[in-house]
Structure formats: C-alpha cells, structure tokens
Design a protein around this ligand. Structure first.
Ligand code: AMP
Ligand code: MN
Ligand code: MN
Ligand code: MN
Length: 280
C-alpha cells in the first residue's frame, strides 16, 4: 500500500466541523495512512482521535497548531509527534486558551459597535467547548446575513486592520519551539506562503526559526500550486528544514480542501516524518 501522509487538519476541538473520530474516519476513506490532528492551541481532540485511529488502519501522530507572535507578526507553528501529556506544553497552551476567550469577547464588543449584536454568545455556543477562532465569527456573520461569504467576513470585519480586528500577542516563537521540542516533537512552520511577507522578512523569519530549533516547514498544503510547491521547497532546502505535507482540512463543505488530497513530495526531499523515529 502506498503511504499517504496528511499532517495538518482540524476538528471540533477548534474550528473544524467534524469530531476527532469523524476526522479519522474520513481520513481512512480518503486513503490517508498517517494523520496528525493539529487543532489551534489545544490538545483536547487528541485522545479521541488516537483511539479512533486504532480502530482504523491509520498511523496517528499527535499534533497541535500553535499561534505565535514574532516581531509583531502572527505565525502558526505546527508541533508534530508530541507527547500529548507533556505538562509544560499543556500548562502553556492554557494561557493561549484564555487569550482566545479574552480576544473573542473583544471581537464581539467591536462587532457590537458596528451594530452586530450577540456575537459572543453565538460563537461560544458554536464552538461548544472547543477553541473559539475567527472562523467561528465568520460563520456567525455569514449565518446572520451580515456578509455573503467567509472571505467577505474577513475582508469587512475580521481581517488584520478591519473594524473588528483585535491585535493579539500570542505565544513567543522561541518558547513555542522549545515547548514542542521538550514534548519530544518537531516544530514546523505552517503554510509559509500565507503570511503575505516580503522575501526579506520570510528569510529573516526562517533564519530565526532555524536558529531556535525549528526543524520543518510545510511544503505542500491543501491548495498548493506547482509554483507554490517550488517556492516552499526552495525555503526548505535553503534553510535546511525538513518538508511537511498537510491539507489544513477544516470541513467537508469546503470542496477545495480535502484530507489527503495532496501532491507527493518531490524525490530526494528530507521528509519531516523521517525525523520522528530518530528523536530521542
Ligand atoms: P484565529 O486563529 O482565531 O485568528 O483564526 C484563524 C482561522 O480563521 C484560520 O485557521 C482559518 O481557519 C480561518 N481563516 C483565516 N483567514 C481566513 C479567510 N480569509 N477566509 C476564511 N477563513 C479564514
Ligand atoms: Mn483554522
Ligand atoms: Mn494556520
Ligand atoms: Mn490550520
């Protein structure tokens, strides 16, 4: 059987629409052989997913997507092959969870000033105990006809600099990488082309990331074009980072992003999973 890796996706533990168990079942249907569930700033879905993976033919890798701030910019760092019981990691992400709740209240307050009431109660209900993200606010705005698409919700209200944007200082980049490493995992830069950075900023960022113990970068994500794969692979080679692949799947209703629907890694590429077994 050919191996098919997908090392970045979401469940109801954050802003995905499927439960961790359903994510595993869908991954199996899509022919994924190794899956990492990487919810935003939480490990709450890991146990359910790991148990479901045992019942399927899936090699489950514990993961997380941590929100970080470096030089006033937000970067998502995926931690792969971590010990989900690691105490330092668990206590540090609690702070991010509190930050998410506080930010959600502030976003709702700003929306209220724009004559959009009841957002906080609605997203709390929608998240149902999972992490509240801007994706929940986008869904709320869409369902209540304030906007006509998720993208419009970001363009009008939630995106950087828009009326309901709340600037947030997330986890420190260096600390995040060390929490992941201490939990036995590998730190990977998520979706490197999505930060809208100039070439010189991305070089500075990757230099810093590598210096502090980062080991991987996503080379193939859900909708990567051949050109994007080429550019990301060039970063991997230039900064000696291992290549990761992850769809960033959130929901079956986004027909463009599906679990396991990823281009293969080019030959002779160091894959991030080659680092999993060699870690002590
Ligand atoms: P947060 O981490 O709370 O700032 O929320 C970020 C999440 O919102 C991402 O993980 C995506 O799921 C979603 N998101 C961000 N930008 C967009 C966009 N332009 N359109 C749709 N969803 C987006
Ligand atoms: Mn998300
Ligand atoms: Mn992300
Ligand atoms: Mn993600």
């Amino acid at each position: 059987m050919t191996e098919k890796y997908d090392l970045h996706c979401h469940s109801t533990a954050s802003d995905g629409s499927l439960s961790p168990k359903k994510v595993i079942e869908r991954a199996q249907q899509q022919g994924v052989t190794s899956l990492a569930l990487t919810d935003h700033d939480t490990l709450n879905g890991q146990q359910e997913a790991a148990e479901a993976a045992l019942a399927q033919d899936i090699n489950f890798i514990c993961g997380i997507e941590i929100s970080t701030t470096w030089e006033n910019k937000c970067f998502h760092i995926v931690g792969l092959n971590i010990d989900p019981k690691n105490e330092a990691l668990n206590s540090n992400i609690k702070k991010l969870q509190q930050l998410r709740t506080d930010r959600a209240k502030k976003i709702a307050f700003k929306l209220e000033k724009r004559r959009v009431p009841n957002a906080y109660e609605s997203v709390v209900k929608m998240a149902n105990g999972g992490m509240i993200t801007r994706a929940h606010f986008a869904t709320f705005l869409l369902e209540n006809n304030y906007v006509t698409s998720q993208q419009q919700a970001f363009d009008r209200y939630l995106g950087k600099g828009k009326t309901a944007f709340v600037s947030t200082v997330w986890a420190d980049l260096q600390e995040t990488v060390s929490w992941i490493n201490q939990a036995g995992g590998v730190a990977v830069v998520a979706h490197p082309l999505r930060y809208k950075l100039t070439a010189s900023w991305i070089r500075r960022f990757l230099t810093a990331f590598k210096d502090i113990g980062g080991q991987g970068i996503e080379v193939i994500t859900g909708r990567s074009s051949a050109e994007e794969i080429r550019r990301s692979l060039a970063f991997a080679n230039q900064f000696e980072l291992a290549a990761s692949v992850g769809s960033d799947f959130h929901t079956p209703s986004n027909q463009w992003v599906e679990l396991g629907r990823l281009a293969p890694l080019p030959d002779n590429t160091l894959a991030v999973w080659d680092l999993f077994n060699t870690k002590t």
